[in-house]
Design a protein around this ligand. Sequence first.
Ligand SMILES: Nc1ncnc2c1ncn2[C@@H]1O[C@H](COP(=O)(O)OP(=O)(O)O)[C@@H](O)[C@H]1O
Ligand SMILES: [Mg+2]
Length: 288
Amino acid sequence: MERQARSHLADAGGQAALGMSGEERTGEAPPLGAENVFKRYGAVAALDGVSLVVRSGECLALVGESGSGKTTLLRCFNRLVDPDEGRVVVGGRDVMTLHPVELRRGIGYVPQDGGLLPHWRVGRNVELVPLLLGRPGAEQSANEALRIVGLDPTTFRDRWPRELSGGQRQRVAIARALAARPRVMLLDEPFGALDAITRAELQESFARLRAEREVGAFTSVLVTHDLREAFLLADRVAVLRRGRLEQMATPMDLIARPATAYVRALLERARITPADAAPNVARGAAPE
Ligand SMILES: Nc1ncnc2c1ncn2[C@@H]1O[C@H](COP(=O)(O)OP(=O)(O)O)[C@@H](O)[C@H]1O
Ligand SMILES: [Mg+2]
């Protein structure tokens, strides 16, 4: 089983692609990579030797039960967490060689709690990164990002975060991550705490965004504990368990060839069937 899991990593471009020279040569949108990454908190191994590569333009879903290391891994890509061991690569560059603040300005991040600044109005929250980057037309970019997530800027720009519903707050958090047109988006359970209808609406917006390339090609990592959401939105799914990567594969391959008993059980528990892995609007426009 171990060997099978490893071959899935190899299929995914595993070790060979970590140099990313091909991507650099062709000047494509920069991918993400983790190479044998370890992170410990006391006795807990939050990440226990994780290696993976996210392809340019791809959406990778990170799934796994609570405490499996999803958030920790995601935060390695924008240096909110620095690993104890291993290498993390963004855009072909080792993140340890990049200034954390500069790195973060180039990456859209939707933290698990949305992370809006409560004492700033919606407009200012969303404009923050384009402003920090010194981009002209920050207000316009913010308005456009609000429209993309289905919020009318004239109605919402001047509201305080506390004057929004949970779903609206989450939309603003996503708009904020989008406003600077990042090539990389990190989303930590962005649709997690929402009612079913709002969640479906936001999932659709995200899928449309990717399909229509409204904001240009972007590479994304989407953390979710909802396997169905992963199957709906992602090109590939990485299953984490106790800080280790059990398997990383397309939804179709995950169903056809679960690498471990754990992955098989996870799919069964979520009642995932081959129909759930059928091509959909989100994946229809995906690369390769
Ligand atoms: N800052 C921290 N201090 C101590 N323990 C942490 C910290 N961050 C994460 N952990 C622990 O690391 C493990 C993985 O956490 P996390 O990455 O947040 O998991 P997930 O997002 O999959 O729920 C958990 O056991 C968690 O308690
Ligand atoms: Mg988490």
